[in-house]
Design a protein around this ligand. Structure first.
Ligand code: SF4
Length: 130
């Protein structure tokens, strides 16, 4: 269960907390970095397409890559060895589809891989605190 007040978010089973206010000064560390995947399910693709006033086919052609049986948003290279999600505005340092971003984005930094690795998630997210 996630508990959220305006300043601090906690989740059962995680020994760290998250302060969303840090996002305004972070510059988008969770949307940029090494190349990776931003997984999206069909119903999320549908929502993003609607948000952008595109058909699902149009959206998928422009923004989606198929990886085996799954779908990921594509990335753009912003520097040597540095990539960003296609929907990250590198000038404004923010997500341009924030209200309809996929679950993977919504649940960060409370990812399973960070459950027992507070030091690692701290490197990835300025908003993580003890
Ligand atoms: S969809 Fe938005 S929040 Fe998710 S990685 Fe892309 S820019 Fe970041």
């Amino acid at each position: 269960m996630i508990f959220e007040d305006s300043n601090i978010v906690t989740k059962d089973g995680y020994d760290f907390k998250f302060t969303p206010s840090a996002c305004s000064s972070c510059g988008g560390k969770c949307c940029t970095g090494e190349s990776g995947y931003i997984w999206a399910k069909y119903h999320e693709i549908e929502k993003m397409a609607n948000f952008l006033d595109l058909t699902i086919e149009e959206f998928a052609t422009i923004y989606i890559r198929k990886v085996k049986h799954r779908y990921s948003l594509i990335e753009k290279q912003i520097d040597i060895g540095n990539y960003a999600c296609i929907f990250f505005d590198n000038s404004l340092k923010q997500c341009t589809i924030y209200p309809v971003r996929p679950l993977q984005c919504r649940t960060f930094p409370f990812w399973e891989i960070y459950k027992n690795d507070k030091e690692e998630v701290k490197k990835e997210c300025l908003g993580v605190i003890d």
